[in-house]
Design a protein around this ligand. Structure first.
Ligand code: 13P
Length: 262
């Protein structure tokens, strides 16, 4: 059965003190709530994955060392193993500090840093080779949706960036559908729009890898998902959780989103 996941992408936000406060508050909520759930025989919370900026990775890893249900990842990695790439960080470095996940293909990387499908495919390759789990992002821009090209855009992104993998590699991949027009705008995809695209994505995975692989693939929604709308989005059959930006920076909001599957 596929996993439910709520992931927080902090992007380039929070100083170290703010980050420490956020994770300590979050940990207290998780501690209290997990004990309560066990006592009440309720299902466990979804997996939580935090994506702080590189410089905080080891600090946040220490906070959640051996903490069941919480994983830590990087927001990006370089596509080469090592070398003269000043300012860059490799997948093997990220893995060596104990992080387990990496985000590849975020629209902000595609747009602001010119990362194209071929480069993203190299990053996926490096990440999996170094034993990192990949959250691979896809999503159309507003004019693409308005002209009815959104399915084609997402299909292209997935086929070029990701779906050249062997089937057994997919178990270390999560797909995040993040329509660009919804990211940081306060405009969320409607539950119907999210479900429609998620079902389409699952269909693409099924066509290429079979029904079992598609059923096991977690597909997250991202784009102005918050404490108010998460529950409605997550009730959709093909929405397995969220990749949260702004609302992951406040512990109370983020924790409420984590509880939105109940
Ligand atoms: P917002 O939740 O701030 O819209 O960001 C979504 C996102 O880009 C997560 O990766």
């Amino acid at each position: 059965m596929r996993k439910k996941i709520v992931a927080g992408n902090w992007k380039m936000n929070l100083n170290l003190e703010e980050a420490k406060v956020l994770v300590s508050e979050l940990k207290v909520s998780l501690d209290n709530h997990s004990a309560e759930r066990v006592a009440q025989n309720r299902p466990t919370l979804p997996d939580v994955v935090l994506f702080p900026p590189y410089v905080y990775l080891t600090r946040i890893l220490d906070v959640f060392f051996n903490y069941e249900g919480v994983s830590i990842g990087a927001q990006n990695c370089h596509h080469k193993e090592h070398g003269a790439y000043t300012g860059e960080v490799s997948a093997s470095m990220i893995r060596s500090v104990g992080a387990s996940h990496v985000i590849i293909g975020h629209s902000e990387r595609r747009e602001q840093f010119g990362e194209g499908d071929e480069l993203l495919a190299e990053k996926v390759k490096q990440s999996l080779k170094n034993d990192l789990k990949v959250i691979f992002c896809c999503g159309e821009k507003l004019p693409e949706r308005e002209s009815g090209k959104h399915f084609q855009v997402v299909s292209d992104q997935l086929h070029k960036g990701l779906m050249w993998l062997e089937e057994d590699q997919l178990k270390n991949v999560v797909i995040a559908y993040e329509p660009v027009w919804a990211i940081g705008t306060g405009v969320t995809a409607s539950p119907g729009q999210a479900q429609e695209m998620h079902a389409y994505i699952r269909g693409l995975v099924a066509d290429k890898y079979g029904k079992k692989a598609a059923d096991n693939m977690s597909i997250l929604y991202g784009g102005s998902c918050n404490a108010k709308n998460a529950r409605e989005l997550f009730t959709n059959a093909d929405v397995d959780g969220g990749l949260i930006g702004g609302a992951s920076l406040k512990s109370a909001d983020f924790f409420q989103i984590i509880q939105s599957f109940d």
